[in-house]
Design a protein around this ligand. Structure first.
Ligand SMILES: Cc1cc2nc3c(=O)[nH]c(=O)nc-3n(C[C@H](O)[C@H](O)[C@H](O)COP(=O)(O)OP(=O)(O)OC[C@H]3O[C@@H](n4cnc5c(N)ncnc54)[C@H](O)[C@@H]3O)c2cc1C
Length: 578
């Protein structure tokens, strides 16, 4: 190991090497061609210091951290970024209070990271605050432990009167018996991930979606090559990394098995329901040991109710069921009764990759994370990270990056707790764009907001609102539809929120489509058919009352008027969060 470190380039040599390579090949900054070489058989290899597998929040955070420390980084994601648990969580920036009694380490980590993320990533966080409320028959011993545990773990919790709680949250049940305020917040997981990806790219990192890792070639005690399928053109690419980081969440064991290793982990499904409209100002939690149906999160134009905990055997067992939807609605309505009168517009589920796995219930397993250096199991250049929370992703990325940096001999330290994720962009005052839209776009993608605003004001009909539920402008859609990362209508949706609101894309789908059809090799009918098929999966479990009527209407529109059922659409094994 010492010998290996001796031959590592130091930071200056690394910078110089990158600069020379770019000059020799005439590559612009961050151009991936600058890192390609041929092996002695003439096969084109992409050389990199670090290959990160997984484009959820953990992989994106690691890419940002390492790229900012000066490492050469390539991240590969088999679907779109945030396809896994990241895009299927509640979007709750935990204060730590939920874990204070049972899982103090997670609570303390959440408390510290909550404060950091509010500072560095304010553009995608709504600092709504949260309440924990006790109901009749809830265990009063728990309430007693709650405050003292919060204090011990650094979670800022304070008891408030019932009157104060009801003033703050008029939709709360009048039956609540106690209330505590905590600094929970609502975070947009898609934007947080995108912010990390863009920041990594600005630091010369490469991030590729629709690139699926297929196998490893092992030489001696290390992974020599990683074989990746480019799903955009079905070609095979070969990477020659010095270190491989497995940040593939629920798929971590599958990736480890490519190196003949296994990881002790438990897969645990959690389901959620999206409710039409925001029913509360802040997050509402049930004051009891973490259980099912405890959480209501206001999220953009909707409210998200969560969650459940069910052991599953595969990361693909991610469908919410009708029974889960019924249970979640009834349980959450004990805290916010108007949920019963509201329309459930969608259900979805995510898989937690929990560390360890002896316990019978997923609720008993800690939300801690674990970083595994597989050199102890005989593979020198392979690191996996599992568990944790969206809220603690930055810390997880820091711990992984410290190990990688030490192996590579990089001396630069982590700056992600200090440097804003997205530097405040000075938005030009444009009289043709309303300040409210300008700040909405800025909130959505701070890093790119000026470029998007240019599309809104420069394009014909760029200021037209295409998705009224989420207030998305045509200019935003046009900007993203020309972006290298966007392949499907759902990719456009994740970046703009178009189609995530009340109508679930039913009314704005053709508006979304019209921004994409001038791109070559895109069949508009196939795009629409795939989008509808994908959206339908989350709608099946909520087909009752208002949503059933809406689906009849959409079915008539799409199949009766446009005859889209004549086109099957490619089977697209994914459905997305809210
Ligand atoms: C139901 C539920 C609710 C939650 N709610 C919250 C919450 O409110 N707040 C909070 O802080 N945390 C929450 N969490 C936890 C949080 O969602 C996760 O900790 C976090 O999103 C994990 O991110 P990740 O990047 O590690 O994994 P993932 O987001 O799952 O990313 C892994 C990625 O690896 C990719 N991948 C897999 N195989 C390959 C391959 N062969 N090649 C390339 N890429 C591959 C996948 O496509 C995937 O995108 C919740 C989790 C669940 C399940």
């Amino acid at each position: 190991m010492d010998n290996r470190q001796n031959i590592r380039p130091d930071d200056e040599q690394r910078k110089e090497r990158g600069r020379i390579r770019k000059l020799e090949e005439g590559c612009p900054e961050g151009n991936e061609l600058g890192r390609k070489i041929r092996d002695h058989w003439g096969v084109l290899l992409q050389r990199t210091e670090v290959l990160i597998i997984g484009g959820g929040i953990t992989g994106a955070g690691i890419a940002r951290d390492l790229a900012c420390r000066g490492a050469e980084v390539v991240l590969v994601e088999s679907s779109d970024f945030s396809n896994g648990a990241t895009g299927r969580c509640h979007g709750m920036l935990h204060s730590g209070a939920r874990y204070a009694v049972n899982d103090p380490r997670s609570a303390a980590e959440c408390a510290a990271e909550n404060a950091i993320l509010k500072r560095i990533a304010g553009f995608c966080i709504e600092d709504t605050g949260g309440l924990f409320v006790g109901l009749k028959n809830d265990d009063t011993d728990y309430a007693d432990q709650f405050l003292s545990s919060c204090k011990k773990t650094g979670v800022a919790a304070k008891e408030i009167t019932i009157r104060e709680a009801l003033n703050r949250e008029p939709m709360l049940s009048k039956e609540i018996l106690s209330a505590f305020e905590v600094p929970d917040a609502s975070v947009d997981p898609f934007l947080l991930t995108l912010g990390n990806i863009e920041s990594a790219r600005k630091a010369n990192g490469i991030a590729l979606n629709y690139h699926c890792v297929k196998r490893f070639e092992i030489a001696g005690e290390s992974i020599d090559k990683v074989i990746v399928e480019n799903l955009r053109n079905k070609s095979i690419e070969t990477y020659k990394p010095e270190i491989v980081v497995n940040a593939s969440g629920a798929w971590a064991n599958e990736i480890a098995s490519l190196a003949n290793l296994s990881i002790r982990m438990t897969l645990d499904k959690g389901s959620m329901v999206v409710i039409n409209g925001r029913l509360t100002n802040g997050l509402i939690n049930r004051l009891r040991r973490p259980s099912n149906g405890d959480i209501v999160v206001p999220s953009c134009s909707s409210s998200i109710i969560g969650t459940t905990s069910v052991h599953v055997d595969s990361p693909f067992e991610n469908k919410a069921t009708e029974e889960e939807v019924d249970f979640l609605i009834c349980e959450a309505a004990r805290m916010v009764p108007d949920i019963l009168k509201s329309r459930a517009v969608r259900a979805y589920a995510g898989i937690r990759p929990l560390c360890g796995g002896d316990q019978s219930s997923g609720r008993e397993i800690s939300r801690n994370f674990q970083v595994i250096d597989h050199s102890e199991q005989g593979i020198e250049n392979f690191i996996s990270v599992i568990g944790g929370k969206l809220t603690t992703y930055r810390l997880m990325a820091e711990k992984v990056s410290d190990i990688v940096a030490a192996k590579l001999g990089i001396s630069g330290s982590c700056r992600t707790a200090i440097d804003p994720l997205s530097p405040t962009v000075e938005r030009k005052n444009d009289p043709t764009i309303a300040p409210s839209f300008s700040s909405l776009i800025g909130r959505k993608t701070q890093l790119l907001s000026n470029e998007i605003i240019r599309r809104c004001t420069g394009e014909l009909r760029g200021m037209e609102v295409v998705c009224s539920c989420e207030q998305v402008l045509r200019g935003e859609l046009v900007y993203w539809s020309h972006h290298q990362d966007v392949k499907e209508l759902s990719d456009l949706m994740r970046r703009t929120r178009a189609g995530m609101g009340y109508c679930q894309g039913g009314l704005c789908i053709f508006g979304l489509l019209s921004s994409m059809i001038d791109e070559p090799n895109r069949d508009p009918i196939e795009l629409v058919a795939r989008f509808i098929k994908e959206r339908e999966k989350g709608i099946e479990p909520v087909l009752f009352r208002g949503q059933l009527k809406e689906e009849f209407f959409k079915d008539h529109l799409f199949n009766g008027v446009y005859h889209l059922n004549a086109y099957s659409g490619e089977d697209h094994e994914e459905d997305f969060g809210s």
